[in-house]
Design a protein around this ligand. Sequence first.
Ligand code: SF4
Length: 377
Amino acid sequence: MQTLPAGFLSNGSANKDARPTINLPRPKLWRPKRVFVTPSALEWEHGHAMLARAEALGCEIVRLKANRLVRLAGEDPRRTYVDAKNTLAIVVAPPAKLHLQPIPPSADWRLDLAEGCPAHCQYCYLAGSLTGPPVTRVYANLPEILSAAERHLDRGAITSRSAKRRHEGTTFEASCYTDPLGIEHLTGSLAETIRYFAQLDAAVQLRFTSKFDAVEPLLNLDHKRRTRMRVSVNAPSLVCFEGGTAGLRTRLQAARRMAEAGYRIGLTIAPIMPMGGWREEYQTLLDLAAATLGERPGADLTVELITHRFTAGSKEVLTGWYPGSSLDMDEATRAQKRTKYGSLKYVYEPEVMRQMRDFFMAELPIRLPDAQVLYWT
Ligand code: SF4
């Protein structure tokens, strides 16, 4: 069993109606040490519901007098990081979050239900996009966020324009700034969003990816197969970089349970890295995935393949958060690529990329013949 940082507990989420399945350990749920709630968040019913969940978990509640989060810095950067990762803030999403942005290659639109994540992944993709201490902010104005999604139906320009993916309808990605399943026991936002998408009179798909496994509250929802859950997985030897997340096997078992409940599922294999013995390592991962997910008729399994990359900014943030990390972020061994915003990112050299891509394109059809590869990047 993976050792978890303080703040995670194993009390399971109680959904008595969850479908029976193989014997699984109870998911470990995050219990933040302190929960800030702003006055404007309490103008929303969903804000009160999230507060009630935090109170039921026994968290210390701090009712703020103003809407700004202040005094988040501790006495040193380490203390600031630890305190922030143990803090949940129930807030109202800023207006910019209601103007959805395209999110290639995953989806037509980014749909943020929260920002931040309690886990401690040393290659966290949020490092380049979050500013300030990594407090997890959850949004009370969920009805406004869902209305914004509805305004963007039939207006997608990413997957909606792709011949290969047009059949998915307008796609919305909920994992760009958070791991929504990792905080679902505190928010209930993902379940609400799944229900909302199910009743829309339009071709639409909600997508989220997760390194967590507490799927019980989602299993019996009326989802109408309009949600695709992907589990974010990596080679077994790299999972040690993913502190505070669910184990690799339990993530895959969570995906299997979602498939049994009729959801579309997928694998996000990320970040792919060419460490020593990488072929054998990724073969082991694919074997494990095939053993857990293979032979699930109607599972509708997709695969997304994302190689490791970093920017100067994300490297600086990650080095600050995890100063002793052995994660390879040596610019000298990388190729440079311009981001769509004009900044530089460091990716693997073309020959290394080619070898890894060829490997996955050859091995995936052998082990998961029904899986559809959505993209390689
Ligand atoms: Fe970041 Fe995802 Fe890890 Fe959370 S689970 S710390 S969002 S990489």
